[in-house]
Design a protein around this ligand. Structure first.
Ligand SMILES: C[S@@+](CC[C@H](N)C(=O)[O-])C[C@H]1O[C@@H](n2cnc3c(N)ncnc32)[C@H](O)[C@@H]1O
Length: 258
């Protein structure tokens, strides 16, 4: 029996939601594929041709989605999985790698490529000025895939080390309390004056960017479409008459060598 030729699987990042933040590389990857797997709101962002097929699934079915896409690609399909933002940031590229690691040898023959996208924290940061201008980290607050004790440990370590933090997956109906606990934890290590940016639906028509102090920050200021940037003690505000306040983290520290 002859082995069927392996096809291709492209994992594409569609950016935060603004059509102009879809890269030309992502648009070309979409044009080249025949079958599309993804969470349905991301598939809804595509204008597919009559010869292109969509296979929508729910948010929590990432591994099953990756396996179904690899199965189709392994038998010769030109398959695409779409993610919001960047596919490597808390998204489908890692699910695909996990499936390949655990799956049948034929999945390793698939021609795999990952096409980057503008991740949420970059879209939010750009709206506020330059809060990620110096060292920063990104933490998912979701406990679907890791325990809360690890999240607390990472938030504490990041606050003590002076990192600006971006929080993804800040709250959900099943996890209404954790963001408040994260702010309480941060207030033990950082002054209440530290700026906090709530960036909701960045790049979409319902975008909302709100800047408050850590002392004021509360969990009901966020939902699952929000990415939160918590400044460091060096992050500052620049007020401008008639224009939006800028938030920025300076690139240099006193004592840094030239
Ligand atoms: C499962 S993660 C996926 C992240 C995505 N891969 C990325 O790179 O932006 C979903 C989280 O990303 C953040 N997010 C995604 N799109 C966003 C947007 N347009 N504005 C603000 N936050 C967004 C929210 O924190 C949301 O809960």
């Amino acid at each position: 029996m002859t082995k069927s030729p392996a096809g291709s699987l492209t994992v594409v990042g569609l950016g935060p939601g603004h059509p102009e933040q879809v890269t030309p590389e992502a648009a070309a990857a979409v044009a080249a594929a025949g079958d599309f797997f993804g969470y349905f709101p991301y598939l809804d962002r595509l204008s597919l041709r009559a010869d292109q097929r969509r296979h929508a699934s729910d948010n929590r079915e990432e591994l099953a989605r990756a396996k179904a896409a690899l199965d189709m690609a392994a038998t010769g399909g030109k398959v695409c999985i779409v993610s919001g933002g960047d596919p490597g940031v808390f998204a489908m590229a890692a699910a695909v790698c996990e499936a390949i690691e655990e799956g049948p040898p034929s999945w390793r023959d698939v021609d795999l490529s990952v096409v980057p996208g503008v991740t949420a924290m970059l879209a939010v940061a750009a709206k506020a000025g330059a809060p990620l201008g110096h060292d920063f980290c990104a933490i998912s607050l979701s406990t679907n895939l890791k325990p809360w004790s690890i999240i607390e440990k990472r938030i504490t370590a990041a606050a003590e080390a002076g990192f600006v933090m971006s929080f993804y997956n800040p709250v959900s109906r099943a996890r209404p309390h954790q963001l408040g606990e994260a702010f309480d934890l941060l207030r033990r290590y950082l002054p209440g004056s530290v700026p906090v940016i709530f960036g909701r639906a960045a790049g979409r028509p319902d975008e909302c960017i709100r800047i408050v102090s850590l002392a004021e920050a509360a969990s009901d200021m966020a939902d699952m479409a929000t990415c939160i940037i918590v400044g460091s003690t060096d992050t500052r505000l620049i007020e401008r008459a008639g224009k939006k306040t800028l938030v920025y983290s300076p690139r240099s520290y006193k004592g840094g060598s030239a």
